[in-house]
Design a binder for this molecule. Sequence first.
Ligand code: EPZ
Length: 419
Amino acid sequence: MDKIVVTGGVPLEGEVRISGAKNAVLPILCATLLADAPMEIGNVPHLHDVRTTARLLGGLGAGIGHDIEGGIVRVDPRTVDSHLAPYELVRTMRASVLVLGPLLAKHGAAEVSLPGGCAIGSRPVDLHIKALEALGAEIVVEHGFIKARAGRLRGGHVAFEMVSVGATENVLMAATLAEGTTTIDNAAREPEIVDLADCLVAMGARIEGAGTSRIVVQGVDALQGARHDVIADRIETGTFLVAGAITGGHVVATHARPDTLEAVLGKLLEAGADISVEGDRVGVDMRGRRPRAVDIVTEPHPGFPTDMQAQFMALDCIAEGTGTIDERIFENRFMHVNELMRLGADIQIDGHRATVTGIGRLTGAPVMATDLRASASLILAGLVAEGDTTIDRIYHLDRGYERIERKLSGLGARIRRIS
Ligand code: EPZ
């Protein structure tokens, strides 16, 4: 099993190129199932989860061409002849549930394994099921599978009692081929939803209001093939900006979308960083300064993103003062706390709130990654801890960050992968 070793103490300097967004490319690859012709997706990041999704689509019978270096995935959905998303794939990536809506809308049938729990909480799919039933799907959950059937889906009214990114994406995709109009209230507003909608519109879908909490879809009879380039990854961008801030360096992210991470930029300013924005470039400058501790409350977009919570906890660990971190989206997203404490961090947990008292120095130690963003926070802490920090189980990291150690080395970090 690969490990990553980080030797702390180097202020990061330089530019880093941001890849396409994991949380946009996964639903967009699932949306290709809706088309009557081949699709070409560009700016695809080189991630384990992308390979898993390609395997999932291939398993359904779609033709797949994956030019990893070129960042292009071609999908020919015309040969889809199965509607089964098997447990061995779904349990490694819960986003597999996003084939449910497209398969139902296009083929009238879907059998998707329940995702099972994951490190950051139980993460049910009840909101996905209720939303698709509102469009006329008949769904039973038995023997660990979601079994769904439908004639032609009918447009309906979906009012989510809580915001769910995945459930919004599933019903948005299904509604594009339903008969009549679908209104989705309390929809998730993440930029990845907007990017999915842009791709669907390029295929001929009729969608209004993506990015707001009310989305209206006029169903059409068929969707064509299209080429779509995936939006830049705002969480990867935020992670590298925190890397610049935590090491007291100066980092510029390029090929980014600064307009999609305003809450994160606001917190970096509060921490005392200088922020520069110029087109698709966004920079953080913390040279010669120690960050000030900030308070974080995670919320649905445009609030502060839960996927940046662990990274800011690492920043607070070495900041001036005390910061509180209130995780409101997931019930168990503090798995990184015990590992950060092994590096000397001073963190108290009370339910979904962590209180972090900044200390002058962390010391390197062997730690273990538990989920994707927790892994990132351990690397960030390792960048400033004295000595070596060895991070184990970094397959979590490879799911969502494209070649992170290469990109960090390019900024001067002393980091290496060992098998
Ligand atoms: C998406 O997960 C992202 N994943 C997550 O990123 C992200 O943290 C999350 O949205 C919140 O922004 C992808 O886009 C592939 P939700 P998703 O449905 O769709 C509860 C990362 O690190 N819920 O918005 O699964 C759920 O338990 C990953 O890149 C239900 O109760 O998140 C959670 O507490 C981690 N019933 C809350 O809603 C449901 O049917 C928000 O979940 C669905 C969700």
